[in-house]
Design a protein around this ligand. Structure first.
Ligand SMILES: C[S@@+](CC[C@H](N)C(=O)[O-])C[C@H]1O[C@@H](n2cnc3c(N)ncnc32)[C@H](O)[C@@H]1O
Length: 315
């Protein structure tokens, strides 16, 4: 049953909804409204929306309507996947994987980079991959594969103005809910409001419709990891996310568009041992314990790129 569900959802992974992004010069500035998801969607017959209590029924109904999903009856019987509105949050429950806990988005004050800098190396590397050593302004980052928003949040807390783009309507709904809750948390509300924006759209479409002035300094890509990677290396949550959104088989197209779009650099996150996203060699690479960042400088002369690579590797 699980296999059938995964195969079915993977076959649904390509974006077929109507893009909600509108071409706007300010689309890459922080703090825009991110909670509306006006994309009609009816491609997941196995998914329904459920409210855990009667007072949440109206909100669940509205969400179901905006996503084009059915509203489940009490208990959610008959649906392998449930998008559940609880008093605390929106969460995705995979009925067959009860032991694993629901998927939700949590932007936690504890994860702010002030703490992370002295702590987890992977996050330091993500920030370093952006070229953090030579910034005198707040660069714009297009996080073209937002997922559950972890990387986007770290970058936003580090001062980058991040536009997260997510094409899966279900993942985008979880993200929008996480953002809304973060705006209610006084410890992170200012940075989330100022620096983190969500677009439910295909990033290819976003890049092709953004005006030249609004092009970001950095395009960040973290497509679903290649299937050959040992599953133990891929975080449990990401494996489940993959069951919902499928493989990002068009990642190379996204990369090609990103190279044209980014003013300064494209940063691609990969599992440490995975091959590069294309045959093109990165300008330099930052390698961590399980993750690697391939950095492609787009705006630099070869000499400047070499200097930049030296700096980046020394960080
Ligand atoms: C591995 S996850 C990203 C995880 C993310 N970096 C994080 O920190 O949570 C990849 C996500 O990118 C999304 N995605 C892939 N291609 C996309 C595209 N062309 N436009 C928008 N989203 C895309 C997928 O739906 C999936 O949710």
């Amino acid at each position: 049953m699980v296999v059938v569900l995964i195969m079915f959802l993977a076959s649904r992974s390509s974006f077929t909804g109507v893009v909600s992004h509108t071409d706007s010069p300010s689309s890459l500035s922080g703090g825009e409204s991110a909670d509306a998801i006006p994309v009609p969607w009816s491609s997941y017959p196995g998914v329904a929306v459920l409210a855990t209590e009667p007072s949440l029924l109206l909100a669940a109904e509205q969400l179901a309507q905006s996503l084009g999903l059915p509203l489940a009856g009490p208990g959610g019987k008959g649906y392998p996947l449930l998008l559940v509105r609880t008093p605390e949050r929106l969460e995705l429950r995979v009925v067959e994987a009860r032991g694993e806990g629901p998927i939700h988005v949590h932007f936690a004050a504890e994860d702010r980079p002030g703490r992370l800098r002295g702590g987890r190396g992977g996050h330091r590397q993500l920030i370093a991959a952006m070229g953090s050593h030579r910034r005198s302004f707040s660069p714009r980052v297009l996080d073209a594969t937002a997922g559950l928003g972890r990387d986007g949040f770290i970058l936003a807390c580090s001062g980058y103005r991040v536009t997260m783009v997510e094409r899966s309507p279900i993942v985008a709904a979880l993200l929008a809910d996480g953002l809304e809750r973060a705006r209610g948390d006084a410890r992170i509300a200012p940075v989330v409001t100022a620096n983190l924006t969500l677009l439910h759209a295909d990033a290819l479409q976003v890049m092709s419709t953004t005006t030249a002035d609004a092009r970001p300094e950095v395009v960040y890509l973290d497509p679903m990891h290649p299937p050959r990677v040992k599953s133990a290396l891929v975080r449990k949550e990401m494996r489940r996310l993959r069951a919902i959104v499928g493989d990002d088989a068009d990642a190379r197209l996204l990369f090609a568009a990103a190279l044209d779009h980014a003013r300064e650099r494209v940063v691609v996150k990969r599992p440490r041992q995975a091959e590069s996203i294309t045959a093109r060699a990165p300008s330099y690479v930052l390698t961590g314990r399980s993750t690697r960042y391939d950095i492609y400088l787009t705006g630099a002369t070869p000499a400047a790129a070499a200097r930049e690579a030296d700096h980046g590797l020394a960080e």
